[in-house]
Design a protein around this ligand. Sequence first.
Ligand code: SAH
Length: 225
Amino acid sequence: MTFAATVLTLYPEAFPGPLGVSLIGKALAEKRWSLDTVQIRDFGDGPRRKVDDAPAGGGAGLVMRPDVAAAAIDSVPRNDRPLLFPSPRGKPFTQAMAREWSHGSGLVIFCGRFEGLDERVIEARQMIEVCVGDAVLMGGEVAAQLILEATVRLLPGVLGNELSATEESFEDGLLEHPQFTKPRVWEGRDTPEVLLSGDHAKVEAWRKAERRRITRARRPDLLGD
Ligand code: SAH
């Protein structure tokens, strides 16, 4: 079964964007996963295909209409795929979510624009609100790309080296240890001696201690102690 992504957007030209390059783009070309876009405006109201309107209660900006959003959503065969709505009010996106969704049949993602989406369609279609960072974007497109990139790279056969997906930040609840490569000395800075020792157990112990040290310093919330 191929992982199928469908993105509903007012800007289909933003896709595949970064999802079309490197190993993810290669996997797309090899049909290890698929990506479709749906132009929300095709479901807009009247000859001008209006998709938004003034917020009830007044105030600045425009809100995406529930009837238009629902018509666009209902045009997509769901096939058990979760329906996501990237939103600053959502649950923070995590590696665990990417891992879970990578085991499923795909994702349907509705990209908001303007001030957001009428609350009733979020409820009626049981959209899962997901936040990709405590900062406000112009629209959901970059958020959708972020969610898809993190999820698709976990599909079997997408990353060349399967191990590299299990030994990195977040997978064991810790941030990654520092990485070094050649040259051994650069601008007077040495590569840590232990990494050149060839002693695998020592290297592992050093990396683990570094993961703990860095996580404690930068993201103590991840340690949960
Ligand atoms: N007025 C809204 C922000 C609207 S930004 C608020 O204050 O919550 C327009 C759209 O961009 C949103 O509907 C959402 O789809 C997307 N978006 C903006 N920031 C986001 C974030 N941090 N995470 C996920 N989606 C985001």
